[in-house]
Structures are given as structure tokens and as C-alpha cells.
Design a protein around this ligand. Structure first.
Ligand SMILES: Cc1cc2nc3c(=O)[nH]c(=O)nc-3n(C[C@H](O)[C@H](O)[C@H](O)COP(=O)(O)O)c2cc1C
Ligand SMILES: O=C(O)C(=O)c1ccccc1
Length: 359
């Protein structure tokens, strides 16, 4: 029950300011979607094949803007310096050392150029992607894209599940609305229309449309992934709009309480995308077996959000490294126990509903 990730979570709860702990741990509304993300994995089981394994298992995946890489990514999360003084620099070093793609966020407390530099100092081939919210002013968006390109990011992840900010009852109760003094969203510094040397607030807009995605698509040669897709029709529109990947996500249950668990939304999106681009998933991944379940259901890779912040808060770079290494070790072990020689042997017939029997 209490694996490495649980222990790091417990430690993070002890060391963090309770207001920031709540910000990370919490979700929108009654936290039903938050709880369901993990519970949905608990409701699924894997049906191993026997006598067909291998001593060496091929866990590498091909993703846009990344060398052959592990099937686990660091999902974009805000404000790493509130978890640990080394902030995003520690996360970047740990991800690079583990061979994992880091998706650094628009709301990072370290500028993207510094994040990429830290990752590349560990591994010159380390892949860092940049997550952004399309800003209502296209000039601001363009400036952010150029910044990510110049920094050396190899893909963009556009988060589409936030037309408005989620109602997070813990944050409302605690009065947590923004970064405390002394911290800033460094990627928002020196932008058109903003104060010289200062930062602009990150805007969310309910008026964004597929035209805005098309404008971004035309703005850059970098691969673009669309994050926060749950409806299969949106997955089809995204592929038609030229995206290079789709991320099935409910934002860790932080946006809308009424949505299903990410892994429950995955199969329909995989079917709609029909192999045209990779489908990624995040939300509720806590064990290597969860990675295996998601891949068996058709995901190419999964993102982890909160566990990375727990590792960071508990032990800095070392804690993030422990989170990622544990998930990758557990995943390799799950492959062995499934009789899989690699990711490709994880097929849909291996996934059954726990408690429902096997047909
Ligand atoms: C504290 C925190 C901040 C987050 N900030 C962002 C963000 O700025 N942009 C974004 O696209 N997703 C953000 N997310 C969502 C994550 O990218 C991811 O979808 C989610 O955490 C996955 O669920 P998990 O925490 O269960 O792994 C955030 C999540 C957390 C916990
Ligand atoms: O907290 C979040 O989930 C999030 O996505 C976000 C977005 C903008 C600023 C800070 C956090």
C-alpha cells in the first residue's frame, strides 16, 4: 500500500505550507473527478499472458519532438518554487536524468530558457516541451511561442480545458488566488501590453475557438499537442486541425467536477484518433501498472502531475528522480508480469474490469 510515491506524498504533506498543499492536492467542486481519476484505475485489471516474455523489455516510445523516450512524462504543473527552492530547475534535472520528457508550464516560476538549460546540462538530448494557454491577444501568444522556440523546446502543448479557471473550494476557503510576493510566473515577463520588466497575468478565455488553434498551428513549425481533450469529436477536430498529438486529461480534476476520469475517456478518443497521431493521457497515474493499463488501452505515454510535486517538496531533485524511477521500474516489472516483451505487447484484450469476471 505505502510505496515510494505514498511516502513522498506523506512527507510533502508534512513539510508544505498547508495552503499550498491544498492548492496542489485539491480539485474543482466536490472533487469527484479528482477522486475518480485514481479510482478508475483501481476498477481496471490486467490479464497477463504466460510463457512469452523477455529478459529485456522495450519500453521506449516515439513522441513528437523527443528522442526514443520513456512512456512517462512530467505533466505541466504551476509554481514549482513553492514546492522547493530549486523549483523547476530540480524537476528539469531529474526528468532529464530519468530520460523523461518534461512539459514545463506557462505558469512556471522559472523561465523556460533556464529550464531547458538545466535539463540539457544533464543530458544534451533531453526533451523539454512548453505548455501554454492561448492568450486572447495573439501577439502575446506569438511572443510566448518564440520564447519557447528560442529556449530550445521541441514541442508545444496547448491546454484547452480551461475556458475559465476551475472553482477549487479548498483555494476559495484558504484565500489562495495567486503566487505570494517574491515569486512570479517568469514566462509572463516583458510581454506586449505588459509592464516593462514586470509580468502580465495569465489570461483564460471562454471565447477561444478552433480558429485560434489554427492560428497557432500556422505560427510555428514545432509539433503541437492539444491537452484536455475528453470528447472523441474534439479529438477528431484536433487531428483535422493538424495537431501532432492529443492529451486525454481532465486537468487532474481541477477544472470541472462533472467530467469522467481520464482513463475512462481514453478508449473513445483512441478510437476516434485511429492511430493518426499519438494519444497521451494524464490523471491518476500512481503505479507502473497504471501506465501499463493506459498503454494497453491505446495511449502512447502518460503524464504524472501531483506525484512529481510531492517528490519535489519532500526531497527536491532527488525526490522527483525517485518518483520517476519508481514508476518506470514498476512499469518494466508490470511488462514482465504481463508476458510482454515491450509496450507493443500491451493490447486491449489484456484490460478487464475488476470484479466483473473475464469473458
Ligand atoms: C498544482 C497543479 C498545477 C497545474 N498546473 C497546470 C498548468 O499550469 N497547465 C496545465 O495544462 N495543467 C496543469 N495542471 C494539470 C496537470 O498538467 C495534469 O493534467 C494533472 O496534474 C494530472 O493529474 P495527476 O495530478 O493526477 O497526475 C496542474 C496540476 C496541478 C496538480
Ligand atoms: O492550477 C492549475 O491547475 C493551473 O492550471 C494554473 C493555470 C494558471 C496559473 C496557475 C495554475
Amino acid at each position: 500500500m505505502t510505496g515510494v510515491l505514498t511516502a513522498l506524498h506523506d512527507r510533502a504533506r508534512e513539510v508544505l505550507d498547508p495552503v499550498f498543499y491544498d492548492y496542489v492536492a485539491g480539485g474543482a467542486g466536490g472533487e469527484r473527478a479528482l477522486a475518480d481519476n485514481e479510482r478508475a484505475f483501481d476498477r481496471l485489471a490486467l490479464l497477463p499472458r504466460v510463457l512469452r516474455g523477455s529478459a529485456v523489455r522495450d519500453t521506449a516510445v516515439r513522441l513528437p519532438g523527443a528522442p526514443a523516450t520513456a512512456p512517462v512524462l512530467v505533466a505541466p504543473t504551476a509554481f514549482h518554487r513553492l514546492a522547493h527552492p530549486d523549483g523547476e530547475l530540480a524537476t528539469a534535472r531529474a526528468a532529464a536524468a530519468a530520460g523523461v520528457v518534461l512539459v514545463t508550464g506557462l505558469a512556471a516560476t522559472t523561465a523556460v530558457a533556464e529550464v531547458v538549460r538545466a535539463a540539457r546540462a544533464v543530458d544534451p538530448d533531453a526533451a523539454v516541451w512548453f505548455q501554454l494557454y492561448l492568450q486572447p491577444d495573439p501577439e502575446v501568444t506569438e511572443c510566448l511561442v518564440r520564447r519557447a522556440e528560442r529556449a530550445g523546446c521541441t514541442a508545444l502543448v496547448v491546454t484547452a480545458d480551461s475556458p475559465v479557471f476551475g472553482r477549487r473550494e479548498r483555494d476559495l476557503r484558504n484565500g489562495f488566488t495567486d503566487l505570494p510576493p517574491g515569486y512570479a510566473a517568469e514566462n509572463m515577463r516583458d510581454l506586449p501590453g505588459g509592464p516593462p520588466g514586470g509580468t502580465r497575468p495569465i489570461a483564460m478565455s471562454p471565447e477561444l475557438s478552433w480558429d485560434d488553434l489554427a492560428r497557432l498551428r500556422a505560427m510555428t513549425a514545432l509539433p503541437v499537442l492539444l491537452k484536455g481533450v475528453l470528447h472523441p469529436a474534439d479529438a477528431r477536430l484536433a487531428v483535422a486541425g493538424g495537431v501532432d498529438g492529443v492529451v486525454v486529461s481532465n486537468h487532474g480534476g481541477r477544472q470541472f467536477d462533472a467530467v469522467p476520469a481520464a482513463v475512462d475517456a481514453l478508449p473513445a478518443v483512441v478510437e476516434a484518433v485511429a492511430g493518426r497521431v499519438p494519444v497521451l493521457l494524464d490523471g491518476g497515474v500512481r503505479r507502473g501498472a497504471d501506465v501499463a493499463i493506459a498503454l494497453a488501452l491505446g495511449a502512447t505515454a502518460v503524464g504524472v502531475g501531483r506525484p512529481v510535486l510531492w517528490g519535489l517538496a519532500a526531497e527536491g531533485e532527488r525526490g522527483v528522480r525517485r518518483v520517476l524511477d519508481t514508476l518506470l521500474d514498476e512499469y518494466d516489472h508490470a511488462l514482465a508480469l504481463c508476458g510482454a516483451r515491450g509496450n507493443a505487447d500491451l493490447t486491449g484484450d489484456l484490460v478487464v474490469r475488476r470484479g466483473a469476471g473475464v469473458r
